[in-house]
Write a protein that binds this ligand. Sequence first.
Ligand SMILES: *Cc1c(COP(=O)(O)O)cnc(C)c1O
Length: 754
Amino acid sequence: MDLEKSLGETLAGMGTDLDRASRAQIFCALLRVTRDAELSMAPAPGGRKLYYFSAEFLVGRLLRANLVNLGLADEAERVLAAHGTSLAEVEDCEPEPSLGNGGLGRLAACFLDSIASLGLSGDGVGLNYHYGLFRQDLSDGTQREEPNPWIEPESWLIDTGRSFSVPFGFGPLTARMYDIAVPGYENGTVNRLHLFDVDDPAPAPEHGIDFDKGDVRHDLTSFLYPDDSDEAGRLLRVYQQYFMVSAGAQLILAELAERGAPVTELDRHVAVHINDTHPSMVIPELVRLLCEGGVPFEEAAAIVERTCAYTNHTILAEALETWPMSYLEQVAPKIVPVIRRLDALARERSDEPSVAIVDQGDVVHMANLDVHFSHAVNGVAALHTKILVESEMRPLAELYPEKFSNKTNGVTFRRWLMGCNPGLASLVTSAIGDGWKRDASRLEDLLDLRGDSAFTQALLEVKDANKARLAAWLRAEKGIEVDPGSVFDIQVKRMHQYKRQQMNALYALWKYLQIKHGNVPTRPVTMVFGAKAAPAYTLAKDTINLLVAIGRLVADDPEVSPWLTLAFVENYNVTAAEHLIPAADVSEQISLASKEASGTSNMKFMANGAVTLGTLDGANVEIAELVGRENIYLFGRSSADVIGLYASDGYRPWDVWQGDAELAEVLDMIVSPELLARGDAGCLARVYRDFVAKDYFMALLDARDYAAVKERCLADYEDRAAWGEKALVNVARSGFFSSDRTIREYDRDIWHLS
Ligand SMILES: *Cc1c(COP(=O)(O)O)cnc(C)c1O
């Protein structure tokens, strides 16, 4: 395609041209040109076709990613530069699609990119949330949730004109199908992300994210994860899930019929992937539809089992979904008898009560349903899969040893290196050529440059330029001042106790006291946080308030502020991540060992030359093996120790702080007059009480080791040449975490698409 010509024609149609058009108009024209070019491109030829079901697809802004994959990014930069603007300026007009929450949704987006880029036939299936998760407002220091509308008159959504009728208990509801194109990287393939929506969506609430959860016909696709602390919220989640899977299952069977294949050949032509338990009802829905098509029940169940595969994302008991059968009777009565019969079949295979699909209280265990009626089950990092098989899902793993495997997560380097860090990408290309763009494992060629001081120097200069760029972005977008000459120590991820932002807060308070005592660091330190808390998760919101209050305390103190900054970046999302990650020196991955299934931001930071400070948890274990102990900072109790402590109920936080006067002093700071003047008394008191009396995720247990190792890490930063080599090894070894590698493994072991 001649981009300049198409862009000129489109702008002419809008009554303007490249010199007169506003950035918003140029964005709009580029979107149209790109989207329309993709519409005319072919889907990957199949074989078997994959349908990847996920409640979330955290795709991020799409303009740059689409231009990169179409091979048009450089031309776009050139054309825009000739007219006095840039892709960066133009893409700032793009609202970020708000279709996900965190790692799970971002993983699904990376997977779609890799599936298309490998030329495989696979579409995403999800929901078209109008107001997203929420937009985070921290203007008064506590999180307030606001609607995050992102669908503008001109958007990436394509109305397919197709719709399906979903049989709810109250009657049928139409699911309208919108598509977003998913182009592969320079291979001419375009797959689809199918997003189902109601016909007549409700307008956004005036303020906040409270809305009429009973008005399902209009509100079903308003928000992702409506607050489930009441029954109406929980029912709405079930409505959303069944809406997604019923429409998706009907789409699958319609496309199968279009191929001329009988429903009994479903598994020969189709692979269905269930991303966590939110789409689990696709299993009974497919069985139901096959039976309607005349297939006997047991045969239908066997076909569906050979078609479906399931990924587990967590071992936190709270995150394993269960639904009372009474909810399903109300929402999706047609699948209730199917689930009961599947439960009976499963009971023929095992009489162990913990693996039943329907328990004695008539509650449905979605993960158990998935394991019995999928042919493959996987965890998302080596340690996570081991814990699944050996403890969390042990009875199921013993019943079906052949079903379980590990598929360590990955991220797409097209967005997380080529897209977000052009400086590093071109430095790497100048050193080893551009083969790494198609095969990230080639980044290992960088290892030959160890000891080449000119190259490590250039690497550090790219980092410095990214830090300056981030500082400018933080000032312009968030009103935050940071010193680009300081060490950038970044923890960005959802706010959750298991991820232990609260332990990092203790470090900040300890550091504050150190500096007050005259113990100043060699170089200033900037601690950056970004995180949304689930709306009903009080302690997570309290921790945000604590961090914001510490940030104010530090900023207000002239003895401390030259040495320490704590910045909390409001409304963390993919766009923010793309600015933050390329500028990080230290990547904070400090979850309690055994609790983080994999993590994926750890991989993004690594690929961008940050050094990990973390526990041996999730994929950090694999990062440590790849880079070696001298290129990562590890601390904390092992997962085996932690699992043992839970089993023996052997952890008492008060034993820790009562034996440690310095830690007790740090804890007391949380409810000191200085912090109470800058934070919310209720929030701070709750955080304090949780630390001293409960500390379920054992932050106090690891706090000392964490602080000591972090101090060593900051000291090592001063040997710039040695640090440059650590960064180099991290980039060089990061290729393993390309989602292309992950997807090849899924295809080889589970989907068999090609
Ligand atoms: C990668 C990513 C995540 C996942 O972060 P973890 O640290 O792995 O939990 C969450 N949110 C956004 C916006 C991301 O890009």
